[in-house]
Ligand binder design. Structure first.
Ligand SMILES: Nc1ncnc2c1ncn2[C@@H]1O[C@H](COP(=O)(O)OP(=O)(O)O)[C@@H](O)[C@H]1O
Ligand SMILES: [Mg+2]
Length: 259
């Protein structure tokens, strides 16, 4: 299931403002890659280009290539809806549909994709997805209750269950723990560790300990100043980025000297 991502000379714009410049990197399947860097350096913007979510903003556009197993997401005739099914996303604030039940939240993405499901297939998919998100045992007796009744950490795992229910190959997470308490954060980190057996995962985090705990590779982004584009400064094994980075700015950042 899991796929390789290759980015070639990607530039990302909001209108005439170039927010991200010249990104080239490769992400191996079944790995966790962390994006780190100071606020405003384009981590979220770049992440959203990996499933064509960036272009939903008016005036927003992309130059360059993003290949998933060799196929350019930005090639002619590529359907962004199919791309987003292949590359799922989990956001900073858990965003279950508040009036929908836990079960319907898990199925929401599948229903959007117009897949007709029998009741027993739907039940199986709900169980499998909630198991996959380490949430099943906590909610199996209340699947018909609203998703909004869960704790923040449970809601985030519900959103992960919703993302994996459509069988994506890649999961993007934008600061998925920043609204969560430390216990829920550890539950999500454990889950990421398990999910990487099957998926390629990219996570934006401002938490250095989290990046070093969960990721195999780390990409450090930075900006030269306000109004300047974000750039990829250094990309390497996480242990290298945290213990022996090549670039001084990386060392300053990971050691807490700025950002
Ligand atoms: N919807 C938007 N419209 C215009 N500019 C945006 C938009 N979203 C982000 N930006 C700008 O793009 C740059 C990168 O932002 P962002 O990707 O959110 O950074 P990060 O996630 O690293 O904090 C910033 O200068 C930000 O102001
Ligand atoms: Mg961001």
């Amino acid at each position: 299931m899991s796929k390789r991502i290759e980015v070639n000379d990607l530039n990302v714009y909001y209108g005439s403002f170039r927010a991200v410049e010249g990104i080239t990197l490769e992400i191996e399947p079944r790995t966790v890659t962390a994006f780190i860097g100071p606020s405003g350096c384009g981590k979220s913007t770049f992440l959203r280009t990996l499933n064509r979510m960036h272009e939903v903003i008016p005036g927003a556009r992309v130059e360059g290539e993003v290949l998933i197993d060799g196929n350019n997401l930005y090639g002619p005739g590529v359907d962004p809806v199919l791309v987003r099914r292949q590359v799922g996303m989990v956001f900073q604030r858990p965003n279950p549909f508040p009036t929908m039940s836990i079960k319907e939240n898990v199925l929401a993405g599948v229903r959007l994709n117009n897949r007709k499901l029998s009741k027993s297939d739907a039940d199986d998919l709900v169980e499998k997805s909630l198991q996959g998100a380490n949430l099943w045992n906590e909610v199996k007796d209340r699947l018909d209750r609203p998703g909004s009744g869960l704790s923040g950490g449970q809601q985030q795992r519900l959103c992960i269950a919703r993302a994996i229910a459509v069988s994506p190959e890649v999961i993007l997470m934008d600061e998925p723990c920043s609204a969560l308490d430390p216990i829920s954060t550890l539950a999500i980190e454990d889950l990421i560790e398990e999910l990487k057996q099957e998926y390629t995962i990219v996570i934006v985090t401002h938490n250095m300990q989290q990046a070093s705990r969960v990721s195999d590779k780390t990409a450090f982004f930075n900006i030269a100043g306000t109004g300047k584009p974000g750039k990829l400064i250094e990309y390497a094994d996480t242990t290298t980025i945290f213990s022996n980075p090549t670039v001084k700015a990386t060392e300053d950042y990971v050691s807490g000297r700025f950002g």
